[in-house]
Design a protein around this ligand. Structure first.
Ligand SMILES: [Zn+2]
Length: 195
């Protein structure tokens, strides 16, 4: 069988780069539409036993809906079902900007929920990262700083929409593999019906 030529490979890569990004599902809802976020937005990780799911922290629960950019008219597909693990931390993490289009971070029993992604950027369908932000330090309770061993020095890279640059939708760290996506800054698709 003939090997593809350099030109073929280049053409394929170019086509890939220019392929339209996957778009909005017919119906998406903001976080505020869900009265019981853990019940409405998560499911046990496939294969997880009941015992493996910590009921208090809801560890082991993953998003049951596809996640999209919240910007009207964008709706870029950010993350598929079953990728982000529900977690909560001691307080808000993302900087609060009065001019931001985002709602305030929700609290559940005084803790702030996030989607934890452990193999960023490959776990996302479409996501952008800012340049390392040398001017912003996240609060000490922000996860990811401890495990990196670089607490206080770690440079933050903001998660932004790959298509329209809206953000920050969450954060990651320079050189790190993990990312945290703000539950209230994205939109959610319908739950897929189990056949
Ligand atoms: Zn967008």
């Amino acid at each position: 069988m003939a090997q593809p030529s350099q030109a073929d490979i280049f053409a394929a890569l170019t086509a890939q780069a220019q392929a339209p990004l996957r778009r909005d599902s017919p119906s998406t809802s903001p976080y505020s539409a869900f009265s019981d976020p853990v019940e409405d937005l998560t499911t046990s990780r496939p294969g997880a036993t009941i015992e493996a799911v910590d009921e208090k922290e809801n560890q082991g629960r993953v998003n049951n809906r596809r996640i999209y950019c919240p910007r009207e008219g964008c709706g870029s597909w950010i993350m598929s079902e079953g990728v982000g693990e529900w977690m909560t931390v001691d307080g808000p993490v993302l900087p609060i900007d009065p001019s931001s289009p985002f709602p305030p971070a929700p609290t559940i029993s005084s803790r702030t929920p996030f989607w934890h992604i452990t193999s960023s950027p490959f776990a996302f369908d479409n996501i952008g990262f800012s340049k390392p932000d040398t001017s912003t330090k996240l609060p000490p309770h922000a996860p990811g700083q401890e495990t990196s061993g670089l607490k206080g020095k770690t440079q933050v890279k903001w998660l932004i929409c790959a298509e329209c640059d809206l953000g920050p939708l969450g954060w990651s760290y320079e050189g790190g593999k993990e990312a945290w996506l703000a539950v209230e800054r994205v939109k959610y698709g319908e739950v897929k019906k189990v056949q």
